[in-house]
Design a protein around this ligand. Structure first.
Ligand code: CO
Length: 470
């Protein structure tokens, strides 16, 4: 009998849950009142930052993402704080130069992050190495992450090989990230069992509930020896979010895998978020239902709703099934990338164009050209050479690590944003999202120079509630 132990629970309520359920709109004012209670629960960690939250803070909420992190750190004194980092893409959608990667991760650690969950959309470890190296150098815990997908090249051996590469690169733990919710319970069991036998670092599982399988997959993964799982408080769980915390806690209670968490305090937290969720109704469209289409098409739920709205705009909803059938073909042409930011957007918009243009690759996006040039990294399998030729002609794709092509960018950003800059963090925000950050920083400056009376007269800014403290 293998040694069994307590299963760790990572709470995703402050990051993935609201990113998945209501477009990443949760504001800090809804986090702080409950933070102290959550800090006492005894979570293995809380995922509170990164992913789309950084962009969303500045773009929609008029919140400084760095200030959010500092406030959360102050409120969550006993819990390890975790962020989702897109490798060389940081919290953006393109590759950034190494100097910016260094500065961003250093400041993230300084402002409060303990655990860096680092992934790359193509599972190209070269795109993760710099981030891993820096996170380790500043004393962070590195969780090397593999994006899970299915394809003829994605078998268990493939994942084990990637996992060993990540362990070799210095990861302190490994995460399997099932963003589409397509990891089946039985396959999950086999995968975790193999990973546990081949690795000497802890293994964590991150699933989305989308297809309805994730709670079952977690239970089988626990049986196979997984060290930690990601859940969200029940009232912000399921649908496209994570499985609910409370049923997992109850399921494992009294067994050798007992999470040690207290259902009474979780229940109070759930009650709190029930009310919070009501504040975001306009963005909360999916509900808690199971999307069985995910099982059929193996594509993330978010992608499906994107197709739906884009086709509706073009008055072409009758083409939805053609687009859904085109996605796996584009994926095959592209060497079976996992569908996660930014590859999901790249593949999705090309599938749409192929159908709407009436001819495959007659129109291509810039991102697709760059993808074919190797600027996003190496796909899991080679791209179709015929398709590549059609898109970039005889141009040869780059051989090395994409970020090696990039000039340092921090000093340039510092010069450009000088007038609004109050801290090094501002320069980093601007370097990652120039337009969004400039607007945000400019407005912040004008807010600071106005009197409270002037601001009150102007009323709430877009995305802010009327009772936002001013
Ligand atoms: Co996720």
């Amino acid at each position: 009998m293998s040694q069994q132990k307590k299963v760790g629970i990572t709470d995703t309520t402050f990051r993935d849950a609201h990113q998945s359920l209501f477009a990443t709109r949760m504001r800090i004012e809804h986090m702080l009142p409950i933070a102290e209670k959550m800090d006492k629960v005894g979570f293995h960690s809380m995922e509170v930052w990164g992913g789309a939250t950084f962009d969303s803070c500045m773009r929609f909420l008029n919140e400084d993402p760095w200030e959010r992190l500092r406030e959360l750190r102050k409120a969550l004194k006993n819990t390890k704080l975790q962020m989702l980092l897109r490798g060389q893409n940081l919290v953006g959608y393109r590759h950034y130069a190494d100097d910016l990667v260094e500065a961003f991760i250093t400041k993230s650690k300084e402002n409060g992050i303990d655990i860096f969950r680092i992934f790359d959309a193509l599972n190209d470890v070269r795109n993760m190495k710099k981030a891993i190296e820096v996170a380790k150098a500043v004393g962070g815990h590195v969780q090397g992450t593999i994006s899970y997908t299915t394809s003829p090249v994605h078998n268990i051996d493939h994942y084990v090989e990637k996992a060993l590469e990540l362990q070799e690169a210095g990861s302190d733990s490994l995460c399997i990230k099932d963003m589409a919710g397509i990891l089946t319970p039985m396959h999950g069991y086999d995968l975790v069992k193999r990973l546990k036998s081949e690795l000497n670092i802890p293994v964590q599982l991150h699933c989305h509930y989308t297809s309805g399988m994730a709670s079952m997959t977690y239970l089988k993964a626990v049986e196979a020896g997984v060290d930690a799982i990601d859940t969200a408080i029940s009232t912000l769980s399921m649908g496209t979010s994570q499985p609910a915390t409370e049923p997992m806690v109850a399921t494992l209670k009294g067994t050798s895998w007992d999470t040690g968490l207290d259902l009474d305090s979780l229940s109070e937290i759930a009650e709190y978020f029930k009310a919070v969720r009501g504040e975001y109704k306009q963005f909360d469209v999916a509900g808690n239902t199971v999307d069985a289409n995910v099982l059929l098409y193996q594509i993330p739920g978010g992608m499906l709703s994107n197709f739906y709205s884009q086709l509706a705009q073009q008055n072409a909803l009758d083409k939805l099934s053609q687009v859904l059938e085109e996605v796996p073909r584009v994926r095959k042409d592209f060497g079976y990338p996992p569908l996660v930011t930014p590859s999901s957007q790249i593949v999705g918009s090309q599938a749409l164009l192929n159908v709407l243009a009436g001819e495959r690759y007659k129109m291509v996006t810039n991102e697709v050209k760059n993808y074919m040039k190797g600027l996003y990294g190496r796909p899991p399998a080679p791209v179709d050479p015929e398709i590549r030729k059609k898109i970039i002609g005889d141009e040869q794709p780059i051989g090395g690590r994409p970020a090696d092509q990039l000039e340092p960018e921090l000093e340039k950003a510092r010069k450009e944003i000088g007038q609004y800059m109050e801290s090094e963090e501002d320069v980093i925000s601007y370097a990652i999202f120039p337009q969004v950050a400039e607007k945000f920083l400019e407005e912040r400056l004008s807010r600071e120079t106005k009197t409270d009376f002037q601001i009150a007269q102007e009323g709430p800014k877009n995305g802010q509630s009327a009772y936002h403290p001013i």
